[in-house]
Design a protein around this ligand. Structure first.
Ligand code: BES
Ligand code: MN
Ligand code: ZN
Length: 501
């Protein structure tokens, strides 16, 4: 799919088709017959009959509504009207929503040369171009790897963003790299646990390293033992699959001005261990418990292609499975992490934080300017924020604000949650330095406080709990039903903007 911007003169008398002659045109209309929308353009093609036709079809331009008009032999041969809702509520998010919906309608109508025209007054042109292109590309994502026979499907070869000129075209610069990163993350998350294993994640990292010239180190169980990673290895010990501790490094061409570490939870399956997940706890979905690792690998792929100057980026994944066997950890075991802290395991299902503990200690050893971890860490975060918003915890106001801004730029919602230190009481243990699980109320907060104990004080660190956002049961905006690839766009936007903390 190739994207380009084309300035079209809407004030003058020249019809659109003099400068653009694709087969399918999408035109955005505001609810309430708002001015400045695509009505004039639609009338240019349909004539004065437009209003009557819209009324007959009960098209009110509500957001999400689309209406297709076939014009056999005409240019364009298909006109798709898409509702944008109220003009006052129209912004980049609504634009993404409309762009993805229109692209799906256009693709099923067989569009090959697709043009989109939306009223973009008041929006920054480059940001609008990026949002539209990402919405079209990611909205048309389709994964049929695990079907014996793929359903035939065609995608437009060319997509033209009409009404956007030179200034906007700059916004397209990172679309291909970013979307490839999101798609990689989606593929990894959607892959079932008999296909996506610690070994296959390490292979995926090797493929990125080979393709883009990154450095890769994979620590085996013995290497992790030598580093004293007892928390991570405790989780891994119940599985027949060996753990893989992945460390992928992107080094910039010139001088390094900032070094950052991205850490992703990489549980390729979470059975809960002896605190086995029961019916209703979504055990069959726990393939997506490596969503954090998918996001950081996706971001690594994107950054390796974009190559931002001055940034050194490390990606860390302590990958393993949480399983049951004669060798698995018992509830009640005491594990020692690589910073020497001892942890009483009062719940084997709180395993993510154990793997992250050793990963964070390792990350701090790299002496970075900032660390961001992403993890499908707690069901409590899903209860608090639902499926559209990820939780963010950070002691650093600067890093929290920069990440939230990056999320807004990329179209991913983050909400800052409290790192309230008094809640650490919930992790008090009588036998070890701490327990791995606190009380149910505030469960996502005690999880974040647990992680904080493994991060060097004063080092800017942020934790993103993506348990709710990693998967979507239905098509929503530019997300398909299934893996969303959440986190990649936020990370890429944050890194490209200089990884402020
Ligand atoms: N991977 C789960 C968290 C999760 C739950 C992600 C639902 C997505 C959807 C995590 O390892 C876990 O099991 N957390 C427990 C923690 C509890 C035992 C303190 C939870 O949230 O129930
Ligand atoms: Mn668990
Ligand atoms: Zn888990």
């Amino acid at each position: 799919m190739e994207f380009r911007c084309l300035a079209v003169d809407r004030d003058g008398q020249r019809p659109l088709t003099e400068s653009w002659a694709g087969d399918t045109l999408v035109v955005g209309l505001f609810a309430g017959g708002g001015s400045g929308d695509g009505r004039g353009l639609a009338e240019e093609l349909v004539g004065e009959a437009l209003e009557g036709w819209l009324q007959r079809r009960r098209f009110e331009a509500k957001s999400g509504q689309t209406l297709t008009l076939e014009r056999p032999g005409g240019t364009p041969a298909t006109l798709i009207l898409v509702g944008l809702g109220e003009p006052a509520e129209f912004g980049l998010d609504a634009l993404r929503q409309a762009g993805a919906g229109a692209a799906r309608t256009a693709a099923s109508a067989g569009a090959e040369d697709l043009g989109l025209w939306f009223p973009l007054e008041g929006l920054e042109p480059a940001a609008a171009a990026a949002a539209m292109a990402e919405a079209v590309r990611l909205g048309l994502y389709d994964d049929q790897r695990f079907k014996s026979e793929a359903e035939p499907r065609s995608l437009p070869a060319r997509v033209t963003l009409l009404g956007l000129g030179e200034a906007a075209a700059a916004g397209l610069a990172h679309v291909e790299a970013t979307c490839s990163g999101v798609e990689l993350a989606r593929r990894l998350v959607a892959a079932p646990p008999n296909k996506a294993t610690p070994q296959s994640l390490a292979e995926e990292a090797a493929a990125i390293a080979d393709a883009f010239g990154l450095e890769l180190k994979v620590l085996e169980r013995a290497d992790c033992e030598a580093l004293g990673m007892g928390a991570y290895l405790g989780v891994a010990q119940g599985s027949d699959l060996p753990p893989k501790f992945i460390h992928l490094t992107f080094r910039p061409t010139g001088e390094v001005t900032r070094r950052v570490v991205l850490v992703g939870k990489g549980l390729t399956f979470d059975s809960g261990g002896y605190n086995l997940k029961t019916a209703g706890s979504q055990i069959e979905m726990m393939k997506y418990d490596m969503g954090g690792s998918a996001a950081v690998l996706g971001a690594a792929r994107a950054i390796a292609e974009i190559r931002p100057a001055g940034l050194e980026v490390h990606v860390i994944v302590a990958s393993c499975e949480n399983m049951i066997s004669g060798g698995a950890i018992h509830p009640g075991d005491v594990l020692t992490a690589s910073n020497g802290k001892t942890i009483e395991i009062n719940n084997t299902d709180a395993e993510g934080r154990l793997t992250l503990a050793d990963a964070l200690v390792y990350a701090c050893g790299l002496e970075p300017d900032a660390i961001v971890d992403l993890a499908t860490l707690t069901g409590a975060c899903v209860i608090a924020l639902g499926e559209e918003i990820a939780g963010l915890w950070s002691p650093s106001d600067g890093l929290a604000e920069a990440l939230i801004a990056a999320g807004t730029a990329g179209g991913e919602a983050l909400w800052r949650m409290p790192l309230r230190s008094s809640y650490k009481k919930g992790l008090k243990s009588h036998v070890a330095d701490m327990k791995n699980t606190g009380p149910r109320p505030g469960g996502s907060i005690t999880a974040a406080l647990f992680l904080q104990d493994f991060v060097t004080r004063g080092l800017p660190w942020a934790h993103l709990d993506i348990a709710g956002t990693v998967w979507s049961d239905k098509v929503r905006g530019l997300d398909p039903a299934g893996a969303t690839g959440f986190g990649v766009r936020t990370l890429v936007a944050w890194l490209v903007a200089g990884a402020a903390a």
